[in-house]
Design a protein around this ligand. Structure first.
Ligand code: ATP
Ligand code: MG
Length: 648
């Protein structure tokens, strides 16, 4: 595997929040005296009742309890909006870029305040108060941010369901948290295509017990005609006319839940992850500032959807708490053309750009042409999240998109962690393509072996975190036992991430994928990410997913699903070529036994490959594929089964 090092450039250090020495100093302080460190940084947000306690956490078996700033009171919407009004009321808070390139809008902090108050009043009029759950099923329109902040303003708990989820997934998530109110839109618009959101809500509610949902609030997006049930459904613009744009922000306890978010479900049944108020906001805001080296006046763009945790922490809460200008994009990277991302960067003079490896890889397939039609001169920092980024994709992102000028922060974290845990900092950390590098302040990664023994120095093992950080999830909604069982029972007194990692001689971390994805070929343990990176490095390959399958001789064999670049044809000769390629790159042990050329891979809505489905197909056992409702395009599964290579 390549281990290229990209040193910190002088320009990255200039004006940066931290350089390497400062990182070391702050990191040491954060782990040697968490109370002192977070006591200080906890004051980056405004408190209505200041906290006197800082950290009160235990990972002890049977007694897992996580509290930060416990006796303080605050309000997230107040911190994201009201406190900025005096100094930046006329500054743009949200730049909205529509699906149609001719549609965009700037919303100032003052406008945001009025809109959020109105939405909060609409909810309050429908009986929503502190602690009530509200399901949000909206496209990427400003109303999605208004709805989140309106809930926060009232102390209500939002649960966002990605706008592409099916009625079944939506129904399960409405029922899971017993939401009485659903906020949706008539239709969504993505890549020029309409998404029937309101119709999906109707179908979802139809599967629930009668009267499960009291109110459905419908934002008009496309103006398409939808069924409205009298007494239950109301158009938002009509309800909003009936209320004022003033609504006080409710002071809530630091540990009052802010939101519930179901994980993407790539490993199994989604879990209702609960995040609370104070610690979450402090951590989201602080990581947003340091990781992206956010500076006053920057235009910041995270391409995630608000239905994903990245959208919560790094489109809405972190940036707005910092008084930033955050860009919200309704569309997709390939509409109307493959140059859309780069054109939006030029149009809005984006300084910080944060996206996912899956997007990079798909755009890479279209070549450098579409990128090079744009200037991208405004860019200063690039970010990546969601999966390990293959060195090949990293290099393209760095060289082609960033013109070798911009650092890439490869940010490792999870829905459960609330914010980024392992990442480079632009002015401080040398970059190694494919490595998430070093822990953020307050984060203590430890590597353990299969027996749970902590291992020191350079090694490979299971990634755990030793102590709590303020953004950590507090429980699984309604099931604290499942919380303990899932994250704290495998290795007592440690938070188990479920990910495997390698730590190199510099103490840098390389995420190798889910522990479940490690395959054992003739006694050699191998992360699937490594084989995938090798395949993707081949000029004809756009994407690859590797899983194990039972093999008579080797124990496990390697089964590779390969998506080729546009215009390439998969045949026997190319199969041989790819096997030889991997063999030469990594070694004979890693050569794929079976290669299936697949036009598409099963992905979650957040763009992650759902390997458990690929494993089933590779095992020639696809009768029980489990829950596939969270897939972006369930149809790809049929093609994969049809063309499977391992037929028992
Ligand atoms: P579920 O937990 O339901 O299976 P999920 O794990 O896909 O779903 P997320 O919380 O969205 O849901 O994803 C977190 C996971 O994504 C991490 O555990 C890790 O495997 C992967 N990941 C995220 N960022 C990175 C990164 N920068 N490098 C490597 N892996 C990453
Ligand atoms: Mg997970």
């Amino acid at each position: 595997m390549s281990e290229k090092v990209v040193a910190v450039q002088d320009a990255w250090r200039q004006g940066a929040h931290v350089d390497d020495a400062k990182y070391q100093e702050m990191y040491r302080a954060s782990v040697s005296d968490p109370d002192g460190f977070w006591g200080e940084h906890g004051r980056r947000i405004d408190w209505m009742t200041p906290f006197t306690k800082v950290k009160d956490t235990s990972f002890a078996p049977g007694n897992v309890s996580i509290k930060w700033f416990d006796d303080g009171k605050t309000n997230v919407a107040y911190n994201c909006i009201d406190r900025h009004l005096e100094t930046r009321g006329d500054q743009t808070a949200i730049i909205w870029e529509g699906d149609d390139p001719n549609e965009s809008r700037h919303i100032t902090y003052r406008e945001l305040h009025a809109q959020v108050c109105r939405m909060a009043n609409v909810l309050r009029n429908r009986g929503v108060s502190k602690g009530d759950r509200v399901t949000i099923y909206l496209p990427m329109i400003p109303e999605a941010a208004y709805a989140m902040l309106a809930c926060a303003r009232l102390g209500a708990i939002h649960s966002i369901v990605f706008g592409g989820f099916s009625p079944d997934s939506l129904a399960a998530r409405i029922q899971g948290c017993e939401a009485k109110v659903v906020i949706t839109a008539d239709e969504g618009l993505r890549g020029g295509r309409k998404v029937p959101l309101k119709a999906n809500v109707d179908a979802a509610i139809g599967r629930l017990p009668k009267d499960a949902v009291d109110h459905v609030i419908v934002v008009r997006r496309t103006g398409g005609s939808v069924a409205m049930e009298p007494g239950r459904d109301v158009y938002y613009h009509e309800a909003a006319e009936q209320v004022t744009d003033a609504c006080p922000a409710e002071a809530v306890e630091a540990e009052h839940p802010l939101f519930i978010l179901y994980t993407s479900g790539s490993t199994g049944q989604p879990k209702g992850v609960v995040h609370t108020t104070g610690g979450y906001l402090v951590y989201a805001a602080m990581t947003h500032e340091y990781v992206f080296d956010y500076r006053e006046g920057d235009v910041y763009w995270c391409t995630a959807d608000v239905g994903w945790v990245t959208g919560h922490s790094y489109i809405v809460y972190g940036p707005l708490a910092n008084g930033a200008t955050t860009l919200m994009f309704e569309g997709i990277p390939t509409y109307p053309t493959n140059a859309r991302f780069w054109e939006v960067i030029d149009k809005h003079k984006v300084n910080i750009f944060y996206t996912a490896p899956t997007a990079i890889r798909s755009l890479m397939g279209a070549g450098e042409g579409p990128v090079k039609t744009t200037s991208r001169a405004s860019l200063r920092v690039l970010g990546s999240v969601g999966e390990p980024i293959n060195p090949e994709a990293w290099d393209w992102y760095y060289r082609v998109v960033g013109d070798s000028r911009c650092p890439i922060v490869d940010t490792w974290w999870q829905t459960e962690t609330g914010g980024i845990l392992i990442t480079p900092l632009p002015g401080a950390t040398a970059l190694k393509p494919g490595s998430a590098t070093r822990p953020f302040f307050g984060v203590q990664p430890v590597m353990v072996d299969a027996e749970g023994k902590e291992i020191a120095g350079p090694c490979e093992g299971n990634l755990c975190i030793k102590d709590s950080w303020p953004g950590q999830m507090r429980t699984v909604y309604g099931d604290h036992e499942r919380f303990e069982q899932t994250y704290f029972s495998t290795y007592p007194n440690l938070y188990f991430t479920g990910d495997g990692a390698r730590r190199d001689a510099d103490g840098f971390y390389w995420i190798t994928g889910r522990v479940d994805d490690v395959i054992n070929v003739s006694g050699h343990r191998m992360g699937t990410a490594e084989v995938e990176s090798s395949l993707v490095a081949h000029a004809k390959v756009a994407e690859a997913a590797v899983v194990g399958f039972p093999h008579n001789v080797k124990g496990q064999g390697i089964y590779a699903y390969v998506t080729l670049n546009e215009g390439e044809e998969g045949d026997e000769a190319l199969r041989k070529e790819l096997v030889a390629w991997v063999r030469k790159d990594i070694g004979p042990i890693a050569s794929p036994d079976l290669i299936q050329f697949a036009p598409g891979l099963p992905k979650t809505r957040s763009g992650k490959i759902m390997r458990r489905i690929l494993r089933k197909i590779a095992e020639d056992d696809f009768s029980t594929l489990g829950d596939t409702s969270t897939l972006a395009d369930p149809a790809v599964v049929d093609d994969l089964i049809e063309n499977r290579q391992n037929r028992a």
